[in-house]
Write a protein that binds this ligand. Structure first.
Ligand code: SIN
Ligand code: MN
Length: 205
């Protein structure tokens, strides 16, 4: 694995690259994402306990991330039987710049946060291979990101993520708990109707 970029800060192993995507790139990403949601519409997954997540999701790539009463998992098809759309080059290029040219991700999970959405503390552990990092891209409204530990609970640190920020969660950070406490609505006008999009790129198998 090669790291070409130097992070602005590292918190508990999470490498944080502040505002690394300029507005042109952010707008290109949004237009590519608009094409994706036309063929893979956003949906609100149910967590295994039965509740609906407040975040809306869809995916691109060989696999999509999915959750229902049977649990969290990656699936190779959408509910309607169609494949997931390909991960666009605009997104692959970011992985190649911040993670590696050796191996591309299998899944780009697309999370949409409206103003009241949040994401509870969780580990990204549905992948078969933890040697590769998860890369996160923030677009749109600011979000309060909380970083914990490999074990559930304990002390945490929080920071605001802004549009254009990238996080690489690898090595000691790979299995650390993390979540989004809240969105600061109206802090960005990247998205016509407001809100925030987070992309996470994952090597699955
Ligand atoms: C996630 O952990 O899947 C999303 C994190 C974020 O929205 O920044
Ligand atoms: Mn996660």
């Amino acid at each position: 694995m090669t790291n070409f970029e130097t992070p602005n800060l590292v918190i508990r192993g999470f490498k944080i690259f502040k505002e690394r995507l300029d507005l042109n790139i952010q707008n290109d990403l949004i237009s590519d994402l608009r094409e994706i949601v036309k063929v893979a519409p956003l949906f609100s997954p149910h967590v295994p306990g039965g509740n609906k997540m407040s975040v809306k999701m869809t995916s691109a790539g060989k696999y999509g991330w999915f959750s229902d009463s049977k649990g969290y998992r990656y699936v190779s098809r959408q509910k309607n039987g169609n494949n997931w759309p390909q991960i666009p080059n605009s997104i692959m290029e970011i992985w190649q710049k911040f993670v590696s040219l050796e191996r591309n991700p299998d899944c780009c999970l697309i999370n949409y946060y409206s103003k009241d959405a949040k994401m509870g503390m969780h580990q990204d552990n549905d992948e078969a291979d933890f040697d590769w990092p998860v890369l996160s891209i923030s677009l749109g409204d600011d979000a309060l990101f909380r970083i914990g530990n490999v074990e559930k609970g304990g002390k945490t640190d929080s920071l605001w993520l802004n549009s254009g920020d990238i996080i690489v969660m690898g090595d000691e950070a790979r299995l650390k708990y993390h979540g989004i406490d809240r969105i600061r609505s109206g802090t960005s006008n990247l998205l016509k109707n407001g809100g925030r999009i987070n992309l996470t790129l994952r090597v699955v198998d």
